[in-house]
Design a protein around this ligand. Structure first.
Ligand code: FE2
Length: 92
């Protein structure tokens, strides 16, 4: 059984992974609508990867007697200035 403090910390990380996944989805969609197919595929795949991180933590918390929460996610920017801007955010 995991303690409440660890459960809360892992739920915070679950939220961070969900928000990363959502941000990369926004970047993928932005790139796709501008014809940057390779960049778009890259960010779709990054988005999937972050979701997998989130799911691993969800399963981990629940398997150890905690309760993983499905977090609210922030709405990412719909607009990016350019590819450089996208990759600056990605790298930060
Ligand atoms: Fe992650």
């Amino acid at each position: 059984m995991i303690g409440k403090e660890i459960e809360a910390a892992l739920n915070n990380q679950i939220s961070a992974e969900a928000n990363s996944s959502h941000l990369y989805l926004a970047m993928a969609s932005w790139a796709e609508t501008r014809g940057f197919e390779g960049v778009s595929n890259f960010f779709y795949s990054q988005s999937d990867e972050e979701r997998q991180h989130m799911l691993k933590l969800v399963r981990y918390v629940n398997e150890r007697g905690g309760h993983a929460k499905a977090p609210a996610v922030n709405e990412p920017s719909k607009m990016f200035d350019c590819l450089t801007h996208v990759f600056k955010i990605f790298g930060s």
